[in-house]
Design a protein around this ligand. Structure first.
Ligand code: ZN
Length: 298
């Protein structure tokens, strides 16, 4: 089912590549414990956690924004035909591009491609395979990358991540630079009067959220500041994939506090459908300081 949101002047459509049980809690969250999972099983299973396989339900998806007559694509999933170390991501044929086209949008219609950060599951469809070569999927788009993020991956600091996953920068990001379609921008870059980047560093050094200021409501695409609703209950849980776990923790906590205070709708990259929801502060007697409530539509 396609999920659409209308924020007033800005519309959002989820383009889902895959959604289902993917990672064991201990594999992604080093601080998680079987006891913590058990204690939350009443709301986790089956929507957010599959007890049979001991895997968290994770969505891999893009957000397509229509804003002021332009099409902005935020993150581009894992991609098809890519050689990756993780079997779940290797040589896949999910057909994400067909799902994008089913919404009436052709690749050449995309004006701006935003990467919240340069991880394997956010840049896959930046390129596609044509006659054995990786070429930019969106030939008329400007692809935005933050200075901080590109510097990290371009230099040696990011390289262990590429060894771990397969060289996705080589097949999914460098061809964009070679084609002259890349723009390096600040972490608070304004895309138009309603859509701008907002710094959310920690998971990676140049990680950004995307803030939408519609005439009806404000929303924040929080990228990988959160991977799972469990992190609203346990904000201290950073992932094994965070470049700076402590910085990621601080960013997550300040996002939770700000969004609980002003009621901003958040859309974290990996939350399963409908993805959008609000952070609520604990009521007296609650076991956690914050929790997350889905909002089906608006
Ligand atoms: Zn991710």
């Amino acid at each position: 089912m396609t999920t659409r949101f209308d924020f007033g002047g800005v519309e959002l459509v989820r383009i889902v590549e895959a959604e289902g049980p993917l990672l064991r809690p201990a594999e992604i969250f080093p601080d998680s414990t079987p006891e913590a999972i058990q204690a939350n099983l009443d709301w986790l299973a089956p929507r957010f956690y599959d007890p049979v396989s001991d895997r968290l339900v994770i969505a891999i998806q893009s957000f397509l924004l229509k804003s002021h007559g332009r099409l902005i694509l935020v993150d581009t999933c894992v991609g098809d035909c890519k050689t990756r170390v993780r079997p779940d991501f290797d040589q896949q044929h999910w057909g994400w591009l067909g799902k994008l086209e089913a919404t009436g949008v052709r690749p050449e219609d995309i004006d701006v491609v935003v990467s919240t950060h340069l991880h394997v599951d956010h840049v896959g469809w930046h390129t596609r395979l044509v006659d054995g070569k990786w070429i930019p999927t969106f030939p008329n788009a400007r692809y935005l990358f933050t200075h901080e993020e590109w510097a990290y991956w371009k230099e040696h600091e990011g390289h262990p991540g590429l060894v771990r996953t397969g060289d996705y920068v080589g097949d999914s990001v460098l061809p964009v630079f070679e084609a002259g379609l890349a723009d390096l921008v600040g972490m608070d870059h304004e895309i138009d009067e309603s859509v701008r980047l907002a710094p959310a560093p920690g998971h990676t050094p140049g990680h950004v959220a995307v803030e939408i200021r519609g005439t009806r409501m404000r929303a924040l695409l929080t990228g990988d500041a959160f991977h799972h609703p469990l992190q609203c209950c346990y904000p201290q849980w950073s992932t094994r994939f965070c470049a700076d776990a402590e910085h990621a923790r601080r960013t997550r906590l300040s996002l939770l506090e700000a969004c609980a205070r002003d009621g901003t709708l958040i859309l974290p990259a990996h939350f399963p459908g409908p993805t959008a929801g609000r952070v609520k502060r604990a009521e007296p007697g609650d076991r956690h300081a914050f929790h997350f409530e889905f909002q089906e539509t608006n």
